[in-house]
Design a protein. Structure first.
Length: 530
C-alpha cells in the first residue's frame, strides 16, 4: 500500500488540531437550483478523487516519533464523504448559517481521508454545498482551486464517467518508501549542488553580495518584527476558546463598487476591504462598551507563496503578514489611507517569505514544540483575515449555477475570529467565523462591514461627482464671459448714475478673467476688489 511522507508545513496543521480550534477549511457553495445527488457524486469521483490525496489518510511513523505520512485507504466509501443535510424551518440564510456553524465546530475523522461534503438539497429556490477540508490537504488557494475544479463553465456539461481503475491502488516501486528515500536523497543532492553554484556566483560578483547583504538586513528586520512584537491588547475579541463556532456572511458587494472606492479614495481592492473590516471591528468593540484603550491590534494575513501555474498543487505554500489594524482612527478615509501605507510597506518586505520558511522549519520540531511556537505567534494577533480572488465568469456545479462561494481558513494560534474575503463573478462576499464564547453574534460584524463599505462608497461617489480643477476653470470662464456681456449691454443702454458703477463691475470682471487666465487665485482678487 502506498505511503508518502507528509511535508513539514502540512504536518504542522495536523499537530495543531485541537477540539477548541480545528485545523479545517470550511467552504460554502450557494447554488441557484437544486442539485442531483447522484450527478454530484459522479463529478466528485471523476474529478475530486483524481487527486490521490483525497483517497489517503494520515498515519504516524512508529519509528520516528511525530513524523507523519499519507497512506492510501482500503475500501474508500464516497457515501461517507458526501452526505445529505437538511435545514431547520424556514430554511433561510439564518438556518444555513446555523448548520454551517454546527459543522464548523465538528472535527473531521483523521482515521479517514480528512474531508467531508454536505449537500443541502433545499435552500431557498436552490441548494447549497458545505465543504469541510483539513488544512493539511492544502492551503486556501489550493483548496479553493480544488472546489472550482468540480464546476463547469456551462450548465449542460455531460455526466462524467469515472476513469477505469481509478479506485485501484498503484503498484510497482514508484511511490514506495524505498523510492521516496531515493527521491529525497536525489533532491538533497541537487539542492546542495544548486547552493554551491549560487555561492560561486556570489563570490564572482561583488554587487550581488552587496544586494544579498541588503536583503539579509531586510530579513533580519522582518525576523525582529515578528520576534519582538508584544502580545496584542486584551479586548472582548480575545480570550479562552471553546468548542462552538459561529459563522455568518454578507450579501454580495459589486466588485466595481470596490474598485470605484479604490480609484477615488486611493487603494487596491484589498486595501478597501481591509479598511471596511477594520471599521467593522471598531464598531463592534465600541457598541459593546470596549474602551479601546489601545488604538490598534493586529491581524495575521496569509499570503500565497505559489508561483503562477501551480495553483492546482495540493499542500501548504503560504507565508503570513502581521498587520497592525488602525482601529483607533475614526475617519474612514484616513483609516483607508493609513492601511494602504502599511500594506505597501509590508508587501515590499520579506516578511511573508520569512514566515513561509519558518512554517516549514517549525514542522521539523516535535508536536509539542510546534503548538508552543504557533500559539506564541497567535498571542501577537487578534484575528486572521484572508483574501482569495476567484474566477470572474459564472460557473455551474452539476448543472446548477454557482451563485456564491465562501471559504474560511482555520484560526491557528488560538485566535478567536476569522474574516474571509472572496471574489467571484463580479461580486465580493465577506464571511466571519468566530468563537461563540467570545463573539456570539458574528452577524453584527457582518452588518458593520456593510455599513463601513457603504460609507466609503458614498464618499467615493461624492469625490467622483466633484468637478476637476480643469472643469472648474472652464465653468468659471464661461460665467465671467456671460457676466461681462450682460454688464456691457446694461451700461451702454443706461444714462443713470448706476451706469458708472456697472462699468466698474465690467472692468473688474475683465480683470477677474485675466487673473483666472494666470491662476485661480484671481478669484481672491475679484472678491477683494468687488
Amino acid at each position: 500500500m502506498v505511503r508518502q511522507r507528509m511535508s513539514s508545513a502540512d504536518s504542522v496543521f495536523v499537530h495543531l488540531e485541537d477540539p477548541t480550534n480545528l485545523m479545517m477549511v470550511t467552504a460554502v457553495m450557494l447554488l441557484g437550483t437544486p442539485v442531483d445527488y447522484l450527478r454530484l457524486a459522479a463529478i466528485m469521483e471523476h474529478r475530486l478523487l483524481a487527486f490521490d490525496r483525497f483517497r489517503q489518510r494520515t498515519v504516524a511513523s512508529r519509528l520516528r516519533r511525530g513524523r507523519l505520512y499519507w497512506k492510501d485507504v482500503t475500501g474508500f466509501d464516497l457515501d461517507y464523504h458526501l452526505q445529505r443535510a437538511t435545514l431547520s424551518v424556514p430554511g433561510d440564510q439564518a438556518a444555513l448559517q446555523e448548520t454551517v456553524s454546527l459543522l464548523a465546530s465538528r472535527p473531521l475523522e483523521l482515521s479517514r481521508p480528512p474531508w467531508q461534503f454536505h449537500l443541502v438539497e433545499s435552500y431557498g429556490q436552490g441548494s447549497a454545498l458545505i465543504c469541510r477540508l483539513h488544512h493539511s490537504l492544502g492551503d486556501g488557494m489550493a483548496l479553493v482551486h480544488v472546489l472550482l475544479s468540480l464546476a463547469d463553465d456551462h450548465p449542460d456539461a455531460a455526466w462524467p464517467t469515472p476513469p477505469a481503475g481509478a479506485a485501484q491502488p498503484r503498484s510497482g516501486w514508484q511511490g514506495t518508501p524505498l523510492a521516496s528515500m531515493y527521491g529525497r536523497f536525489r533532491a538533497r543532492r541537487q539542492r546542495a549542488h544548486h547552493l554551491g553554484r549560487k555561492a560561486l556566483t556570489l563570490l564572482g560578483q561583488p554587487p550581488s553580495i552587496a544586494s544579498a547583504t541588503e536583503k539579509g538586513i531586510e530579513v533580519a528586520a522582518a525576523v525582529a518584527k515578528l520576534g519582538l512584537a508584544g502580545p496584542d491588547p486584551a479586548t472582548i475579541l480575545r480570550g479562552e476558546l471553546g468548542v462552538t463556532k459561529r459563522a455568518a456572511w454578507s450579501e454580495g458587494i459589486p466588485l466595481e463598487d470596490v474598485k470605484t472606492v479604490g480609484s477615488q479614495l486611493g487603494g487596491t481592492v484589498n486595501d478597501v476591504l481591509l479598511a471596511a473590516v477594520t471599521g467593522a471591528l471598531r464598531r463592534y468593540l465600541h457598541e459593546r462598551g470596549d474602551p479601546l484603550k489601545d488604538a490598534e491590534f493586529r491581524a495575521t494575513i496569509p499570503v500565497n507563496m505559489r508561483t503562477p501555474g501551480t495553483e492546482d498543487e495540493l499542500g501548504n505554500q503560504i507565508g503570513v503578514y502581521l498587520l497592525d489594524l488602525p482601529v483607533g482612527i475614526v475617519d474612514p478615509v484616513a483609516r483607508l489611507r493609513e492601511l494602504k501605507e502599511r500594506m505597501d510597506r509590508i508587501k515590499h518586505s520579506p516578511e511573508a517569505a520569512v514566515t513561509s520558511i519558518g512554517l516549514k522549519a517549525v514542522g521539523q520540531f516535535s508536536a509539542r514544540t510546534q503548538r508552543y511556537l504557533i500559539n506564541l505567534l497567535g498571542t501577537k494577533a487578534t484575528s486572521v483575515i484572508t483574501n482569495v480572488r476567484g474566477p470572474e465568469e459564472r460557473l455551474y456545479l452539476a448543472g446548477a449555477p454557482l451563485e456564491a462561494l465562501l471559504a474560511w481558513v482555520p484560526k491557528a494560534g488560538g485566535l478567536g475570529i476569522g474574516v474571509s474575503i472572496l471574489s467571484y463573478a463580479g461580486q465580493v462576499r465577506l464571511g466571519v467565523i468566530t468563537d461563540a464564547g467570545l463573539v456570539p453574534d458574528p452577524e453584527a460584524i457582518v452588518a458593520g462591514l456593510q455599513a463601513e463599505f457603504d460609507a466609503l462608497l458614498a464618499l467615493a461617489q461624492e469625490t467622483e461627482e466633484m468637478p476637476s480643477p480643469a472643469e472648474l476653470v472652464s465653468r468659471l470662464d464661461k460665467a465671467l464671459v456671460t457676466l461681462a456681456s450682460l454688464l456691457e449691454g446694461i451700461a451702454t443702454e443706461s444714462d443713470s448714475p448706476g451706469a458708472e458703477a456697472l462699468l466698474r463691475c465690467q472692468a473688474l470682471t475683465k480683470a477677474g478673467r485675466q487673473c483666472r487666465n494666470r491662476a485661480l487665485p484671481g478669484l481672491d482678487f475679484c472678491q477683494v476688489h468687488a
